[in-house]
Design a protein around this ligand. Structure first.
Ligand code: ASP
Length: 336
């Protein structure tokens, strides 16, 4: 028999009502939100990460956490899976290049003490997430970029390699035939992996890694390595991370704003939705609106999680002890 306790339990696991409310614009009713706020004892650990490549990343992170690794080390191991996968066209090796045919990578990582490390515009290094971790642990800085980042990376013992696969090169050459910079956002060209974790101790950490927007201008850096834009967390409150058009996320300090709204008492879903609405409003008359897609994932200290995007089609992977590792569709504003 389904009762209020089940309802609350399901709500805590984020499985409540997804199929019934998926296609409505205004997705959350007040009475549905109340039980979310009531949950105080989350199941730990909890891992969420963007897009389908989040599944294998979650799986590895879960395994590492269970083997006693810290959340940072476990996340790093998880993120290295899509970074090394040549079939993932938006992250690491096999990622689509910029308009000059160069694969340039952005990544960041943040722990529950607000330590963070970030690397941007890195070339020839397969695992930027590991470099971001080294920046956090072995330098007095938060961000390293370009040539200096590469110099640091090599000094840490990483090896340079070619990240442009034959398949990505073929697609780039095809794009070159028209050579029209139009960053259409879809699964093929624009899917950062961002991951948020609550560990066994209830501490929150997060990370992002990406090859950024396909066919971007050479030198372009997106939101993903920018703490506050592509990723933000406050261990007292929760965490948020972004995917989609980085320029729009940077303009609105997206992830930091989601966390700030949660601090004010909004649930992860309410907070993500409000910031997506804000981005929509700010971009209504903007040249980027034609292809604008943004999505956020968020978790709070209570173990509630959510994903919300401007346009339909965004999903995220969730791993917890009760339901395992599975995909959930994010809610959205505009059905396409
Ligand atoms: N946000 C990333 C960027 O603009 C891309 C993505 O999410 O796929 O670089």
């Amino acid at each position: 028999m389904s009762n209020r306790r089940d309802f609350i339990k399901n709500a805590a696991l984020g499985t409540l009502g997804f199929s019934t409310i998926l296609s409505c614009e205004n997705l959350v009713k007040e009475e549905e939100l109340a039980p979310y706020h009531a949950i105080k004892t989350p199941k730990k650990p909890l891992i969420i990460s963007t897009w389908n490549h989040g599944l294998p990343a979650n799986e590895e992170t879960w395994k590492q956490l269970k083997n006693g690794k810290s959340a940072i080390d476990a996340m790093e191991a998880g993120m290295r899976i899509p970074e090394a996968d040549p079939k993932v066209r938006s992250v690491g090796y096999g990622g689509y290049p910029d308009r000059e045919g160069k694969v340039t990578l952005d990544a960041c990582i943040m722990d529950h003490n607000s330590n963070c490390g970030s690397v941007s515009y890195l070339q020839g290094i397969k695992h930027p997430i590991s470099v971001a971790k080294k920046v956090m642990q072995n330098t007095p800085h938060v961000m390293l970029s370009g040539q200096g980042a590469l110099q640091f990376t090599l000094s840490e013992g990483f090896k340079e390699e070619n990240l442009l696969t034959a398949e990505a090169e073929t697609d780039w050459k095809k794009w070159m035939e028209e050579s029209k910079y139009k960053p259409v956002i879809n699964m093929e060209n624009h899917d950062t992996i961002s991951m948020l974790v609550i560990d066994e101790n209830g501490n929150i950490s997060g990370s992002c890694t990406t090859s950024g927007a396909a066919w971007k201008m050479h030198g372009r850096v997106g939101d993903s390595p920018i703490i506050g834009a592509g990723l933000f967390l406050d261990n007292e409150v929760g965490a948020a991370a972004a995917t989609g058009l980085g320029e729009a996320v940077i303009r609105t300090a997206g992830s930091a704003m989601v966390v700030e709204l949660m601090r004010q008492g909004k649930s992860p879903l309410e907070a993500c939705k409000e910031i997506v609405e804000r981005i929509f409003t700010k971009h209504k008359n903007h040249k980027d609106m034609e292809y604008l897609q943004v999505g956020f994932i968020a978790i709070n200290k209570n173990g509630e999680h959510a994903g919300y995007s401007l346009r339909s089609g965004f999903n995220y992977a969730v791993a917890d002890a009760e339901y395992g590792n599975r995909m959930e569709d994010a809610k959205f504003k505009i059905a396409e």
